[in-house]
Design a protein around this ligand. Structure first.
Ligand code: PSU
Ligand code: MN
Length: 304
């Protein structure tokens, strides 16, 4: 069985060939995570941040049935504007490709395609995890499964309290995924700098994180790393305000019977509406912050 090789953009192919730093970026945040035009503006801004920090961005998606690493502006625009694009986790990729559809790739699918493309580090906003009430619904994101079997370091701002954060950390431990907070003792909760839970590890420099990646991959656990980067202080939201907003969105999803793959996009959209756009502003700030850190780690990773 031969492995699929995603189509690389010329810039990404050249950088990988030359051993230069490359950062993978996901596309479900474009197709299902943010409204138009903020999604397109953010996708372009995040690519610019990666470049400004010395790495080449490789946004990953499925475009008309082809797996891609590195999109051009027209492809980003099409993803951002088209309704009814598939939300693809790893398991959805093959069927989307057979059907020649376009798909935004979640963290799990982006990790999978990044690994096949030879990209070791990936920046996003938030990772999926164990949903509240998972003890009855079994709703645990495939992102955690993929972290448990793919050599990709994922830089995120932690997980939102739309999820059960304690259970998410437990599953990451079971999956043998190191959870490393950057310049913090606490595991961050996306909109806020602390979730109330300690991270397992703390590292304070991109160089140390890159060194940990090299060692972790060389241990051949087969797993990825979760790099948790707290939202910048001036962008963080008030914990009481955002907790209340999230609780309201979760209660609404419950009442309306929204489940499975529709749940996370619904919650993100409702939180944005209920917060009067404040969650979106915070989301944009933290993803830029994550892209900058991922690029600096990527630079250290290829140099080390
Ligand atoms: N959480 C966020 N923003 C996002 C997502 C999650 O704060 O955009 C997206 C990511 O693409 C993630 C996916 O991989 O949702 C997880 O979906 P699910 O919970 O259905 O596994
Ligand atoms: Mn789910």
């Amino acid at each position: 069985m031969s492995m699929l090789k995603p189509d690389l953009s010329p810039e990404v192919a050249e950088a990988l060939d030359a051993g230069r730093p490359v950062v993978a970026l996901e596309s479900t945040i474009i197709t299902h995570g943010m409204p138009y035009p903020a999604n397109l503006e953010t996708a372009l801004a995040v690519e610019a941040v990666v470049r400004a920090n010395g790495a080449v961005p490789a946004t990953i998606a499925v475009i008309e049935g082809r797996a891609k690493a590195g999109l051009d502006q027209a492809q980003l625009e099409a993803l951002a504007q088209t309704r009814g694009v598939v939300k693809a986790s790893s398991r959805d990729l093959a069927v989307a490709m057979v059907q020649k559809r376009s798909a935004g790739t979640t963290v799990s699918a982006t990790m999978r395609l990044a690994e096949l493309a030879g990209i070791r580090i990936f920046a996003t906003g938030g990772v999926g995890g164990v949903h509240r009430g998972a003890e009855s619904t079994f709703d645990i994101s495939a992102d955690l499964t993929e972290l448990g079997r793919t050599h990709t370091a994922v830089v995120s701002a932690g997980v939102k309290s739309i999820l059960d954060i304690a259970k998410t950390l437990e599953v990451l431990e079971t999956q043998r995924v190191p959870v490393i907070a950057y310049q913090s003792d606490d595991f961050p909760a996306f909109f806020t700098r602390s979730s109330g839970f300690k991270a397992d590890h703390r590292l304070d420099t991109p160089e140390d994180i890159a060194a940990a990646m090299h060692l972790h991959y060389s241990l051949d656990c087969g797993t990825g790393l979760m790099i948790a980067n707290p939202i910048p202080v001036d962008a963080a939201l008030d914990p009481a305000f955002i907790d209340e907003t999230i609780a309201e969105a979760v209660a609404e999803a419950d009442a309306r019977g929204i489940t499975r793959k529709a749940l996370t996009p619904f919650l993100l959209q409702r939180i944005n509406e209920l917060s009067g756009g404040r969650s979106l502003t915070a989301n944009i700030a933290l993803i830029r912050n994550n892209a900058a850190l991922a690029a600096r780690i990527a630079v250290a990773y290829v140099g080390g």
